[in-house]
Design a protein around this ligand. Structure first.
Ligand code: 5AD
Ligand code: SF4
Length: 433
């Protein structure tokens, strides 16, 4: 039986695509291996969101080629967003790469790999491909990531995603709900719905809110989350669904990107700061214990000190539980790529460090208010750094550790929070009432 080794870069969508690749290749006779030295097929599932992500992959391919030098029959390939973005450059710079497959070409992969070992490139984007019929091979655990839509139609001016993942398309609701029922039967307790703009989901008359309501009604699944929604698609219907179905977790990742209207407009994000803040207010009114996280880019072309200060002000105003913060990275093919970069790298780094420090402070302050509060934890397994302790997540998706006392992964337990840092809560089991 041929074996396949896959390394995944980038976002949760890519991790989910790797599970899909394992599932699909598995059905075609490929056995999964965790050891590249033993693999017949070595595949990197790549990310193109920032230049750094691509550089890492190029470096890693240079490492992995030694397995191919030793055993020339090994097929070494690149899948995912960078494959789609840089196919020509990849082939020119790394002639030892055997195959390149874009995110919509995985269905044909077993056939192409079996084709006598000839090199191939398949980067056709397919408006209809959702892989709805392919059963992912998951790693187990208590949480399953379920892709419900693919692609993006928003075309924010900085972003490569619409070019490498193609147009927006949703999986049929029936296929998603069947998958979730099966996950419940397999012992999963939480599902996280995934999509580039997950709340743009639509299947005929079933929109995102309705899908959430139907999911919450599935027995065995205790928690439902989703990532990443776009602020412009966050309708009142979705907010209502979250407020009224306890299984829909009080947590939203709401990428803002910038706190300056001028920059938001140049980014073509489709909302103003005021509209974003209004959405935050509606969410917080409806869901009082809501945790909010975000994505922020600093150093976008044209970002002045005053625009950056507006981003800082927005962060202070919202008070995010968590934030993913990035230096702008010009991506060829996007609209913004043609605009001169106006913020030198050292200044981008300064701005980034400043908001990272602010975010740490704010997250620590928010978490300090949780000391003494009792929360519900979905147990995942042993804590990494404390022997005899368990780790799990709160409804707000905060990591919590507590001393083990016979609890099993998948248990929902009540824990009283005793200590906190910016990233972790420490607690003790609440005696059962
Ligand atoms: N440069 C820096 N960050 C980017 N992101 C997307 N494109 C770029 C880029 N060109 C960030 C955005 C997005 C997150 C997934 O990655 O903040 O929300
Ligand atoms: Fe990229 Fe904007 Fe689409 Fe998000 S919504 S994937 S940032 S183009």
């Amino acid at each position: 039986m041929p074996s396949v080794y896959i390394e995944t870069y980038g976002c949760q969508m890519n991790l989910a695509d790797t599970e899909l690749l394992f599932g699909h290749l598995g059905r075609h006779g490929y056995q999964r291996t965790a050891d590249p030295a033993a693999a017949d097929v070595i595949l990197l599932n790549t990310c193109a969101i920032r230049e750094h992500a691509e550089e890492r992959v190029v470096g890693r391919l240079g490492d992995l080629v030694r397995f191919k030098t030793r055993r020339p029959a090994v097929q070494l390939g690149v899948a995912g967003c960078m494959a789609q973005h840089l196919r020509e450059q990849l082939l020119a710079r790394l002639p030892f790469v055997d195959f390149i497959v874009g995110p919509d070409a995985y269905r044909r992969l077993p056939e192409m790999l079996g084709n006598g070992g000839d090199p191939f490139t398949d980067i056709r984007l397919d408006r209809d491909e959702t892989y709805a019929d392919i059963v992912p091979q998951r790693d187990g655990g208590v949480r399953a990531w379920v892709t419900i839509m693919r692609g993006c139609d928003k075309f924010c001016t900085f972003c490569i995603v619409p070019y490498v993942r193609g147009r927006e398309r949703s999986l049929p609701a029936a296929a998603i709900l069947d998958q979730v029922r099966q996950l419940a039967a397999d012992g999963y307790r939480e599902v996280v719905y995934l999509g580039q703009t997950v709340n743009a989901y639509r299947d005929g008359t079933v929109g995102f809110a309705e899908l959430l309501r139907r999911t919450a009604a599935i027995d065995g699944i205790e928690r439902v989350r989703f990532t990443s929604p776009h602020p412009s698609d966050m309708t009142d219907d979705v907010v209502d669904a979250m407020a009224n179905a306890p299984k829909l977790c009080p947590q939203v990742h709401l990428p803002v990107q910038s706190g300056s209207d001028r920059i938001l407009e140049r980014m073509e994000r489709g909302y103003t700061v005021e509209q974003y803040l209004d959405l935050v207010q509606r969410l917080r009114r409806a869901i009082p214990d809501l945790a909010l996280s975000t994505d922020i880019i600093v150093g976008f072309p044209g970002e002045e000190e005053s625009d950056f200060e507006a981003t800082v002000a927005l962060m202070r105003r919202v008070g995010y539980d968590n934030a993913f913060m990035f230096k702008y990275s010009a991506r060829s093919g996007t609209k913004a790529f043609k605009w001169p970069e106006t913020v030198p790298d050292a200044e981008k780094a300064r701005r980034l460090q400043a908001i990272i420090a602010l975010q740490e402070e704010q997250a620590a302050a928010i978490n300090r208010t949780l000391v003494g509060v009792t929360t519900e934890v979905l147990v995942e397994g042993p804590a990494r750094r404390r022997a005899g302790w368990l780790v799990g997540k709160t409804p707000q998706f905060k990591t919590l550790v507590f001393p083990a006392n016979g609890e099993q992964p998948g248990d929902l337990v009540r824990v009283r929070i005793a200590e906190t840092t910016a990233h972790t809560l420490v607690g003790h089991r609440e005696p059962e009432a």
